[in-house]
Design a binder for this molecule. Structure first.
Ligand code: NAD
Length: 336
């Protein structure tokens, strides 16, 4: 089968490609990425030597370009990881989130319909369900929890999900959707909480924590997310939404303290800063549907996963330095 993987130079997409390219030598994987500030060609550069991998630079919102690509390649499966993904940026500049996350999804689905792909998979987020109260640990998001978004980011992702379900119902596009909780692991752009904490702690810089650090996230290792995506794409039922969660709830302060402890750094580095506008209190996901229907299981405990992740960043300090020096932006041009 031939797969189009959009956003494959970002955090989760590049981990997905590292997971599948070796695992399925008979499948072809075309990575399409615009290499925005969050896309890093270095993340997938080593895959270029594999026969079943190719990189294409391009924009999912560019209708003509996407049409030509689909017409030339005859994809069987499309997995859309491409997105603007940072909540804080969406609060400052919502427009690009609507364009990339909603129009980009529409352009990909129009081409998927026209060229009759056998599966279109939309990578979504638990943030479409809004948040849960801190004092009700019994409550979890299920696939039937109503959409109730808080940020322009989550609203754009929810819009894309609704559009995907409409393309299934109206046009019969074979769609599946996965909604996942917060990911951690290698190759995460150093603007998100875990790589920010590691990078600042290593430089003995102050670590900003929103409010009093009480917001709870359900952390999942990126590999477990991608194992779930792979199962859903190959065995999931069309028209269905599947939740994927880490079953590892931590509040932000707890998480920062865990990282500082492993790095043997002082908690005095923590600095509480003004809370994010509309900050979601708690996310917690019920993954029992994908567990029961597709046999998905997490392979990482949080303790092992976070240790391994911190060690990865320690072993790849040059990867973070390269991003901070902005040299990563030239990586693709150097190959040409
Ligand atoms: N990071 C998380 O914890 C998390 C959790 C749940 C769901 N998700 C979802 O997973 C997906 C991937 O997230 P991520 O954390 O890897 O994001 P990321 O920001 O690291 O990567 C996004 C990638 O998309 C590319 N891209 C952006 N606009 C594009 C365009 N117009 N055309 C082509 N490529 C474009 C970027 O260059 C980048 O490589 C997103 O859809 C996100 O909403 C993320």
């Amino acid at each position: 089968m031939k797969f189009l993987i959009t956003g494959g130079a970002g955090f989760i997409g590049s981990n997905y490609l590292h997971y599948v390219v070796d695992r399925y030598p008979d499948d072809q994987f075309i990575c399409l990425d615009l290499l925005t500030y969050a896309g890093n060609y270095h993340n997938i550069e080593d895959l270029e030597e594999k026969e079943n991998f190719r990189f294409v630079k391009g924009d999912i919102t560019d209708h003509d370009f996407i049409d030509q690509l689909f017409s030339k390649e005859n994809f069987d499966v499309v997995i859309n990881f491409a997105a603007e993904s940072h909540v804080d940026h969406s609060i400052k500049n919502p427009g690009i989130f609507l364009t990339t996350n909603i129009i980009g999804t529409q352009v990909l689905m129009d081409a998927s319909l026209k060229y009759q792909v056998s599966r279109y998979h939309q990578i979504s987020t638990d943030e479409v369900y809004g948040d849960l109260p801190l004092n009700r640990p019994d409550l979890l998001f299920t696939e039937d929890t109503p959409i109730r978004t808080s940020s322009p980011y989550s609203s754009s992702k929810a819009s894309a999900d609704l559009l995907a379900l409409a393309y299934y119902r109206t046009y019969g596009l074979p769609v599946t959707i996965s909604r996942c909780s917060n990911n951690y692991g290698p190759y995460q752009f150093p603007e998100k909480l875990i790589p920010v904490v590691i990078s600042k702690a290593l430089k003995n810089e102050k670590i900003p924590v929103y409010g009093v650090g009480e917001n709870v996230r359900d952390w999942i290792h990126v590999i477990d997310h991608n194992i779930g995506v792979d199962l859903i794409v190959r065995n999931g039922k069309v028209g269905e939404v599947y939740n994927l969660g880490g079953h590892s709830e931590k509040n932000n302060l707890e998480l920062v303290k865990i990282i500082l402890k492993q790095l043997e750094k002082s908690e005095d580095l923590i600095e509480f800063v003004e809370d994010r506008k509309g900050h979601d209190l708690r996310y917690a996901i019920d993954s029992s549907k994908v567990e029961k229907e597709l046999g998905w299981q997490r392979t990482y405990t949080f303790d092992d996963g976070i240790k391994e992740t911190i060690n990865w960043y320690l072993d790849h300090k040059d990867w973070i330095e390269n991003i901070e020096s902005l040299e990563y932006r030239d990586a693709y041009n150097k190959k040409l």
